[in-house]
Design a binder for this molecule. Structure first.
Ligand SMILES: [Zn+2]
Length: 551
């Protein structure tokens, strides 16, 4: 009896996490090293969760494996890697007032009212996701709009792009902001709206997240990411508290999304932090720092070479002088960090390219300097990327979300280098894709759809916006797998299913090479596997699922 129980325990321990697994009868699709699509029919995973072999056409088995899983012809892709997301912020959006998709200021006020009523014990009310561009009058919210709903405790609501917050009077009082307060350089204050550098005046007063809140946010974010097929993330603007939460999850064995962390440059300097190697079986690594060259287009914080077409008295916000930018980047590079710099406007992009050109001369080429967003570039600057080894880290759904706003901000004659994915690739530069979640949904499939169509999920505009910038599906998938892995110095571990790399993959409900762009964007993930282990499965009886045969 006792012996039987021990044998059973031993058998349980030996399976399924540490066993050879053959996943057969799948429609496997990935991008090969030549950039072309590769098709395969089965995947053999070794007992450490790494790919043993990728099998084109499964032959009758010469060998019996510990586990045989029949994929019933389902489509299998490598796990998708979001090169630029905000992991803890994604989780926090599920723990604060959700304002994504609000249709008016009245709608924002209603959601705030409902949240306040449901959370009477919150000492501060934090919210995220409003975008005045989606509202009929396109007016920014004010402190008075918030005071009309909640006046007895501080309220701070962040714009969807993170580049502005609106605060009520109680929050401004708590932060010591008065009518006499002057906005710092690189920032702006308007009726309770704090743009870019000015938001620091309010942020510093907001109580810090507790470790328990951070742990909960990380867990929620991981569940959401796995459910849309994301198995790796370039974790941008990671704070030291975020990093500690990530390490706690790694140590506890609950980190299922691989996180390649870019620490906020100022925080890394304060904490005297240095890059790390891979930790927790390649689940976590601090590889870089994040810098900012400008703000965002929506709040006219993006720094342009020429004034805004719809506000000619401003050209946006320049965050640093050229000398200051070089000094900041050089300091981080000298500590061995990769550098990822946010640049949206064409002037900001030119400044960052010039900075990286200087760093490349000093540090050599394979430092993989990254520009985050690279949204509006002067076409003359795009050919400067590849020679300096600069990666363009871009977000296809920003193009579909921003298109009409970009036309207004820039006018018709400045769009040639806007969201110019195909031009970037043709210039020979590396391209990595992501979403910038929670600014956009973390779901990569609407992004893949936008990448191949230059249309949103309503099919707008017909024919696609600046359609010469469309990518092929292979190019788009590559930017979301191989390109994103390269951008994070992780291409030896993830980004493709090749012998020795981790068996991180997803099973999806359709063949993305055989459907139109709209259907591609609506792809549903059925299962997500990391290191050869199923870590997420769609809970629905209606969807087919792989079946496991006995030995
Ligand atoms: Zn971001």
């Amino acid at each position: 009896m006792r012996k039987t129980a021990l044998a059973l325990i031993a058998a349980l321990l030996a399976s399924p996490a540490s066993a050879e697994i053959l996943i057969s009868n799948v429609n496997g699709i990935q991008v090969g090293p030549d950039g072309q699509l590769q098709h395969f029919g089965a995947l053999l995973i070794d007992d450490n969760g790494r790919v043993e072999s990728v099998i084109k056409v499964p032959t009758p088995r010469a060998k019996r494996y510990d586990r045989n899983i029949d994929g019933h012809g389902m489509t299998l892709l490598p796990g998708l890697i979001d090169a630029h997301g905000h992991v803890l912020d994604l989780g926090m959006t599920q723990m604060t007032v959700q304002l994504v998709g609000t249709s008016s200021i009245a709608d924002l006020q209603q959601r705030l009212r409902d949240y306040a009523a449901a959370h009477p014990n919150d000492t501060w009310i934090i919210g995220f996701g409003w975008n005045q561009e989606l509202w009929p009058d396109k007016r920014f919210p004010t402190a008075a709009d918030l005071d009309a709903v909640v006046s007895d405790k501080p309220v701070v609501l962040e714009r969807v792009d993170g580049h502005a917050v609106v605060a009520n009077s109680a929050a401004m009082k708590a932060a010591g902001v008065t009518a006499q307060t002057v906005a710092p350089s690189g920032g702006r204050i308007e009726n309770g709206l704090f743009v870019d550098a000015a938001r620091g005046l309010i942020d510093k007063a907001i109580p810090a997240r507790t470790p328990a809140q951070s742990d909960e946010a990380l867990a929620k974010a991981q569940q959401q990411l796995l459910s849309v097929g994301v198995t790796g993330v370039g974790s941008m603007s990671t704070s030291i508290d975020d990093w500690e939460a990530m390490k706690r999850a790694g140590a506890a064995g609950t980190l299922n999304v691989r996180l390649i962390a870019y620490i906020s440059a100022a925080r890394a300097a304060e904490a005297n932090m240095r890059p790390t190697g891979w930790l927790y079986d390649d689940r976590l690594r601090a590889v870089g720092v994040k810098l900012f060259a400008d703000g965002a287009l929506g709040s006219r914080g993006a720094w342009l070479k020429q004034p805004y077409s719809d506000k000619p008295d401003t050209g946006g916000l320049q965050f640093h002088s050229d000398a200051e930018m070089l000094q900041l980047a050089d300091a981080a590079a000298s500590h061995g960090f990769q550098i990822a710099t946010h640049a949206i406007g064409d002037a900001a992009n030119a400044q960052v390219i010039t900075t990286y050109e200087a760093l490349s001369k000093k540090y050599g080429r394979d430092r993989r300097w990254r520009i985050e967003h690279f949204q509006i570039a002067d076409p003359a600057d795009i050919p400067r990327l590849a020679p300096a080894g600069i990666i363009a880290s871009m977000q296809p759904t920003h193009q579909t979300s921003d298109r009409l706003m970009a036309e207004k901000r820039l006018g018709p004659n400045r769009l040639a280098g806007a969201y110019a994915w195909q031009t970037v690739l043709k210039s020979g530069a590396h391209l990595a894709f992501g979403t910038d979640f929670p600014v956009e949904s973390p779901n990569p499939f609407p992004g893949l759809s936008a990448a191949v169509s230059r249309q949103d999920m309503k099919g707008q505009p017909p024919g696609g916006w600046l359609p010469s910038e469309r990518l092929t599906f292979a190019q788009a998938l590559s930017a979301y797998t191989r390109g994103a892995a390269y951008a994070g110095f992780a291409e030896d571990k993830i980004g493709s299913l090749e012998p020795g790399k981790w068996a991180d993959f997803i099973l999806i409900d359709r063949d993305p090479t055989k459907v139109d762009a709209l259907s591609l964007g609506n792809t549903q993930v059925l299962e997500t596997w990391v290191s050869g282990k199923k870590v997420w499965q769609r809970a629905s009886a209606a969807t087919p699922s792989p079946t496991e045969r006995g030995k």
